[in-house]
Design a protein around this ligand. Structure first.
Ligand SMILES: [Zn+2]
Length: 83
């Protein structure tokens, strides 16, 4: 069983890229149309990288991978971010 956290766990990793706390930003899922604050997402930190799943349909919204001092965002079903 992998650890599951809520989207507040994204505050640190996402601020490394965006320079601010992104947990209150609205993310929209292309798969189910859910639009929720990133704080409401389901975060699995133990995968290779961090996997962020939609609270509506559980599809992978995006992933965050740290490598060589950089962070890579891989886009899944995330259709947009609205801050
Ligand atoms: Zn969804």
């Amino acid at each position: 069983m992998s650890t599951r956290l809520d989207g507040n766990a994204l505050a640190g990793p996402m601020s490394e890229i965006f320079g601010r706390d992104m947990t209150a930003v609205i993310g929209r899922c292309r798969n189910c149309g859910d639009a929720s604050e990133l704080a409401r997402t389901m975060v699995y930190p133990d995968a290779p990288g961090i996997v962020v799943r939609c609270p509506g349909c559980r599809e992978v919204l995006f992933t965050l991978v740290h490598a060589r001092g950089r962070t890579l965002i891989g886009f899944g079903t995330i259709a947009g971010l609205q801050g």
